[in-house]
Design a binder for this molecule. Sequence first.
Ligand SMILES: *[C@@H]1O[C@H](CO)[C@@H](O)[C@H](O)[C@H]1NC(C)=O
Ligand SMILES: *[C@@H]1O[C@H](CO)[C@@H](O)[C@H](O)[C@H]1NC(C)=O
Ligand SMILES: *[C@@H]1O[C@H](CO)[C@@H](O)[C@H](O)[C@H]1NC(C)=O
Ligand SMILES: *[C@@H]1O[C@H](CO)[C@@H](O)[C@H](O)[C@H]1NC(C)=O
Ligand SMILES: *[C@@H]1O[C@H](CO)[C@@H](O)[C@H](O)[C@H]1NC(C)=O
Ligand SMILES: *[C@@H]1O[C@H](CO)[C@@H](O)[C@H](O)[C@H]1NC(C)=O
Length: 639
Amino acid sequence: MHFHHLIAVAIVSLVYMSARANAEPRSGIKSRTAIDDFVDKQTAISLQGALNNIGPDGSEVPGAGAGFVVASPSKVDPPYFYTWTRDSALTLKMIIDEFIFGNTSLQSYIEDYVHAQAVLQTVSNPSGTFLPVGLGMGEPKYQVDGTRFNGAWGRPQRDGPALRAIALITYSNWLMENGQSNKAKNIIWPIISNDLSYVGQYWNQTGFDLWEETQGSSFFTIQNQHRALAQGTRLAKDLGVTCTGCDQAPEVLCFLQSFWNGNFTVSNINVNNGRTGLDGNSILGSISTFDIDAHCDSPTLQPCHSKSLANFKVLIDTFRETYSINSGIPVGSGVAVGRYAEDVYQGGNPWYLITTAAAEFLYDAVAQWKARHNLFVDERSLAFFKDLYPVVQVRQYHSGNNNSPFAEIMDTVTAYADSFVAIAEKYIPADGSLAEQFDRATGVPLSAIDLTWSYAAFVTMSQRRSGRFPRSWGSRNTITPPATCPTSHLSTKGVYVPATAAGAPNVTSSCQINVVFNVNASTYFGENLYVLGSAVDVGAWDVENALPMGAGGYTSERPLWSVSAYLDAGETASYTYVRQENCNQGWLYEIRNRTLTVPACGGDAVTLEDAWAGPGGRLGHAELSCVDDELGIKGYSIS
Ligand SMILES: *[C@@H]1O[C@H](CO)[C@@H](O)[C@H](O)[C@H]1NC(C)=O
Ligand SMILES: *[C@@H]1O[C@H](CO)[C@@H](O)[C@H](O)[C@H]1NC(C)=O
Ligand SMILES: *[C@@H]1O[C@H](CO)[C@@H](O)[C@H](O)[C@H]1NC(C)=O
Ligand SMILES: *[C@@H]1O[C@H](CO)[C@@H](O)[C@H](O)[C@H]1NC(C)=O
Ligand SMILES: *[C@@H]1O[C@H](CO)[C@@H](O)[C@H](O)[C@H]1NC(C)=O
Ligand SMILES: *[C@@H]1O[C@H](CO)[C@@H](O)[C@H](O)[C@H]1NC(C)=O
């Protein structure tokens, strides 16, 4: 039934085996270099580094539950000892691909992850509950035993369910090809179905980006959401099940086109944060939706698309100027790459995972041109190629014999990719450990140690470099979107059912009503606001479980803090607002309690408009170190 898939897998395996079995040069010109030895050694260290951070047996993360991927063993400065849905899914996608490429010993990690995520989907948290409408799945992070995290955070983050679906769909395809369709259908699909329901219902609402700083529409999120829905459509068809939400795929793909500003990809739109929009977000999006079978003009915006290449050049050039460790490196040679030029988090430095992502992006593009036997250089991508191959012209280059310009251009882009790996090598310590960042002036490792995502990113780069490509996800089946996107039917109501066959508890839904708490409260940078009250969903008067509010709509005209919650229909609750002061100064309460009566079942949503009644906040010791501690992780801060 899946004959074409089997052939694709067989070819991939052959490429993998030949690349591994002998030390043949990868192109006709280059011989095996010192960089090959470095990559081999660092790949093994990186795979082990990622596994060390996964419960229950990971050597660096005692206390983590089975299948939970911990972001980093670092518990303070910065506190990363949590499990993020995004980081976990990207790590498992790497592990699932390694498994499919032949490392069968990794299957137990995948099985543990399946169980852990089935349970996690149902955990109530500050983003909401699982039932009735899936809101809880937008929660970015949890404790390492899978229980809720109650602190203030940039939530919701809508890339998590999409990335988890992509990882699990990849595993399901392998199960189907290996005679385990029933397992794919009965155990894995119910988890995927919830995630795709979430994507189809909420993709057209804003959320926080992958750096947890910007509330808006994120290129990385939208690109992965489209892939999840498109790939989910295909899996649902293969399994003979219905995919609720997948019908949104064309609308999401249409919206994806609006991140292009004529010169580069603006990574966050529907936001005004004073940045150019040039952001490593755009490289990470393209590599996680990479499809070896894609056409380069595919609207899925693959690495070999001329828009992606033009964006790559403009983005990388900003980092040439931003970091002093890059000074003197000429165009056409790799540099240290970070998140975005305006970044100040932990000093605003290059990241290992984005530097290796730049290399992976280029290996992907070369693989796509080689697979198509064709490269079309247009006005948009000309500047990218000029840096590498000055005599390049706007024209088509077909692959031919070894002396054709096509082969030369492939070699020069591959060498460019290798030069980013060489930069990573230069700043990776001798023991191969990968932190989050390295210093922009000295190159010394910085921020969280042993970052799982850094390790996973090194392995995926190494897979592409050695010619190991995951099977096509079907990007060729997409239809070019219309010039103007539709403005209606931009959400499909999801169907949410606990994935009990995979181990989820059979949670049930009480009838709840959406209540939006809006309060005007002027705050200083580092101060946070919470709702606390008698209802369980607002903490049952335990301030440690109060519901964190967001300041995404806070402006100089209106000091708005807001949170959307679901409370039991018909209940009467008392509540109050509480300020969390910086520098561990504790809580500041309003001078009054308020009362709220939630409408009966079937009633309309309620929006409460309040104004803070009580003392204003007091800025703690102004020392930067103290303020920094309060900012949380990955630069997330509010107000
Ligand atoms: C396969 O995975 C195991 C962990 O289960 C790891 O120790 C081993 O190094 C991996 N093998 C290869 C060739 O990557
Ligand atoms: C929703 O989709 C429309 C049509 O593509 C787009 O114009 C709008 O910016 C989107 N809004 C969000 C928040 O995604
Ligand atoms: C694109 O680049 C051109 C040439 O530098 C410039 O004139 C134009 O304003 C740019 N457009 C945007 C949206 O940045
Ligand atoms: C879960 O609970 C619901 C409602 O009580 C029930 O209808 C359903 O059969 C249960 N499902 C399982 C798998 O136990
Ligand atoms: C609000 O109600 C709680 C719980 O009954 C109580 O502990 C608190 O003192 C009340 N606050 C005010 C200002 O009345
Ligand atoms: C909150 O602030 C806005 C803008 O200043 C104002 O229009 C609104 O009335 C305020 N709400 C309350 C409840 O005071």
